[in-house]
Write a protein that binds this ligand. Sequence first.
Ligand code: SF4
Ligand code: SF4
Length: 100
Amino acid sequence: MSGRAERLASRQRNPKWQVPPLRIDMSICINCDACLRACPPQFGAIFNHGVDVVIIPQLCSGCDKCLPACPVDCIVPDPEWTAAPGAWWALAGGPEDPYV
Ligand code: SF4
Ligand code: SF4
């Protein structure tokens, strides 16, 4: 089982990741999906959720690859992150998962 598959199963963030995950400031995001395409598949943390674009913090390594992709600089560190809602996990690992 790969690292991402393990995270999908356990819904746990890799404890070895030293930097916090990122989150998207939805009040600024223009839903362009550029960050989603920039997130490496081995992390695969960014999803379309209805009209929002969201980062599942347990899947986000904090690698910062998405940052230069964002045209409005609305992706920010989230040291106070909390577990993603269950509905967000339904987007990952299923037939609609853009990283599989
Ligand atoms: S920091 Fe890296 S893992 Fe996290 S959402 Fe951005 S590209 Fe994906
Ligand atoms: S790249 Fe920035 S503006 Fe575009 S969807 Fe991602 S967070 Fe939103």
